[in-house]
Design a protein around this ligand. Sequence first.
Ligand code: SF4
Length: 710
Amino acid sequence: MSEKLVPVVCPYCGVGCRLYIRSVDGYPVGIEYAKDIPGIANELGKLCPKGNAVIEYLLAKDRLKKPLKAKEHGKFVEISWSEAIREVAERLKEYAKDDPNQLMFFGSARTFNEPNYLIQKLARMLGTNNVDHCARLCHSSTVTGLKAVFGAGAMTNTYKDIEEADVIFIIGHNYAETHPVGFRYVLKAKERGAKIIVADPRFTRTAWFADIFLQNYPGTDIALLNGLIHVIIKEKLYDEKFVQERCVGFEDVVAVVEKFTPEFVEEVTGVPAELIVEAARTFATAGKGVITWAMGLTQHTHGHDNVRLAATLSAICGYQGREGCGVSPMRGQNNVQGACDLGVLPNVFPGYQAVTDPEKRKFFEEFWGVELSGEVGLTVIEATHAIEKGKVKAYYVMGENPAISDANMNHVLKALEKLEFMVVQDIVPTPTMEFADIVLPAAAMLENEGSLTNTERRVQWSFQAAKPPGEARPDWWIISEIGRAIGFSGNGAKGFEYAGPEDILREINACTPQYRGITPERLKANLAGIHWPCPSEDHPGTRVLYKDRFLTPDGKAHLAAVDYRGPAEMPDEEYPFLLTTVRYVGQYHTLTMTGRSRALVKRWPEPLAEIHPEDAKKFGIKTGDWIKIETRRGVYPVRAKVTRTVKKGVIAVPWHWGANVLTNDVLDPVSKIPETKACACRIAKISEEEARELMKAVPKIIPEFEVVKG
Ligand code: SF4
């Protein structure tokens, strides 16, 4: 019997906690805290409920173990790997020959850097830039917004800087629940005397720790941020030297924020004027400040502008390029940053090198040995529309669940029905799989090895801790087999011949400037990882970005002057409430993993819609009653929780269990993120029978599939 402790990275959120899996003969039997690894993101090895329950989903009874082929909708027959690879390769090749833009590829923030690099390479070598991943739905506004102001779309600092800050402004981010271990750095700063400002439409667990709590209406962030900037400029609290030397566009900001007096902002946001003044003074005068956000800021039709304003607020206070300062967008999944870095986006090659830039394209054409398209591809939501119009006919989904994760779910389900060919590569059955023609069983992250990049640009190696079940195979293996079967058989980067993920990371080192010095050997020897940019093998990595210049062409921060606009859909007579979506600490994304943990499901068994007591009284609703929430896109039955955490007129519902049936897929024009954080809705009290009936229209989160004889 061989027993070992294997160092891995938690497969859940972007904090990137380390832990050990106790593995006996390749079978995971328990976890140990990584108390002995200095410098890791989770100091002393601490984990949140999800991290503690990490083994359970690996052992799920319904793990996919054999490749499957659909016989009819939702019914599959088992096939061999060679048959599956051959069929996928042939079909992809056929579509590519006809018109490569008929293809769409969906990468995954829940798998390693290496397969993500490979899926975008495969798409691009087939002739299309139609490749995207779930960052589109969570942090695409962060990427575009920060790029517009600072020249790159990543966290500018690290957890250490959060710990060392004197003020931390947390906006649209229930930090304590979504990134619990990362939140410890906020608490450490508070213990040191740092002030905490929280802006959120809900009084969250994070808000409990706030010195100043700004409870704004969903979707009013532009007004709130402009109000803070207004006060800071009026009272001359900004960093004049920093603005003069390192920023452009200040005069435009001054002109636009003129009308955002605290009184005007109170009318729009519902936040008392005196609190806006207090927050502005506290933030600007602290000395060292950090702004952190998540989906409450990004998932809006003005998400790009929200982020630009957060970056502008940070810059005018001189909170850039210094330790203890910066902006910290918190990534939801453990490899969102890596999937973005490695070009799983329709507009950039690895390292954010634009597909429209002829020089960058020439580099990759020579590197991969094929002609490449310079046409920006489709985003995830655009692809749904293109499927409906018959333009996209084949969809390759690796480790994602668009049937549940995308806004306006009913629309997505109808579109998926129209696909001619769909491949789903995953570890367990998902509602998306119902539409698949071929299902490829993947090894879970802990059954495989490779590199991952956490929210603070820290690249870490996670080792193989368990054997995959049945015939499940690593993601990198599956894609490279398909690449070779298509005929991409050249040497080195020109083909798909890899002995393992180390080979692929070396190829990434050669084409991704930020990862140049982050070799597999260095990562394996240094379990705390390396923060990119790391331009050479002797470079230690970079904690704080922009010490001397920003990455914009002129090296300056381009401040944003943005006038107010609210959500695309506001309450009216027909739909009088404002709906927002939230997350629970013990559940994750669309429940494909946490939904298979008995411990987590026991503690967080179902969604509860939060409703203010005065609103509840009007409808005779008590906590535990069934209600239906209805929007212009769908109906969702859920139990109510009567609580003052939300303002009057606001309903908050967790999205893990399928609430995207309600959300609005209207897009931010720049980042193309859908507005899942705010739309109009109405509610009604219903009986349990009616709830059961309505539930039938919502896809089963953990579906059962029939495997029939061939
Ligand atoms: S905070 Fe995130 S990375 Fe850390 S244990 Fe929890 S889910 Fe895993």
